[in-house]
Design a protein around this ligand. Sequence first.
Ligand code: UDP
Length: 323
Amino acid sequence: MKVLITGGAGFIGSNLAKYLLKKDHEILIIDDLSTGQFENIKHMEKHPKFTFVLDSILNYTVLDELVSSVDIVYHLAAAVGVEYIINNPLKSIEVNVQGTENVLKLAHKYKKKVLLASTSEVYGKNEKASLEENDDRILGSTTINRWSYSNNKALDEFLALAYFREKKLPIVIVRLFNTTGPGQVGDYGMVVPRFIKQALLNKPITVYGDGEQTRCFTHVDDVVSALDLLMNCNSCEGEIFNVGNPEEVSMNDLAKRIVKYLKSESKIMHISYEKVMGPNFEDMRRRVPNNDKINKFIGWKPKMNLSHIIKDIVKHYEEDLRF
Ligand code: UDP
């Protein structure tokens, strides 16, 4: 198969590209390197079945040519990372709304199946113990920039569902929970590699707020296998799936576990949200996926727990030292 991955130089996209290349697919990537990194795809550059196009999904003409030439599209290109969204509000809306509209319009024009990467951010402040795909979205005011991302991605979902219902475009939507693993950089948030780097350098571990907020982290290899299975599942078309690991950890405990594992001299330092994110910031206290639906449809369950994830990232930093 010939596969287009938008945002293929990003952390998840590049891991997906590597995985699909190994399965002998031909890979085409479009990425404007705004948050993606050439470093992520450098090792594939010489592969005869790999092509990288440096451009934005806002460039409709280029995108038209790419979508027309492939069999399927993984749409992963997006402005991501809470800190990036907050610092680039306009660009984030443009890319996440208009960009997705471009992809879906062209996929419809050429009748190509699309997997849309959405996010657990769409649940907003819903603190339910185990979030299901049909659960309510609970959001704050429009003056709080963070909620723009949640709304933009929700609009993407509405659009994809509308194309499915009205135009019979085969689509599948995945809501990614916090995904991490070796090679992820902590530039725009991404707390796990950030804490590990701080601990390796014996620098203070920067825990935001009271640190009692929790998250669930999924290994990128688990995520990539879910994306591949969902793309190849006919009964999954027109459906939304959580992709996440339900193992829940508070940021305080995450910091302690990393310090202990690395026998680091780092001290845990609490910083107010206001200091890092400016005024008008809201965090969600909790975000835990329910995996029943994806398990029922494709038999997927995450294989790697948090200890495994931490070990893998540390190993990568020690081998690569790409801080
Ligand atoms: N966080 C933190 N210190 C950091 C970076 C992030 O305490 O240096 C917290 C952040 O406030 C959030 C959690 O870690 O509560 C996860 O942040 P991340 O940016 O990784 O993803 P998010 O869940 O916010 O999308």
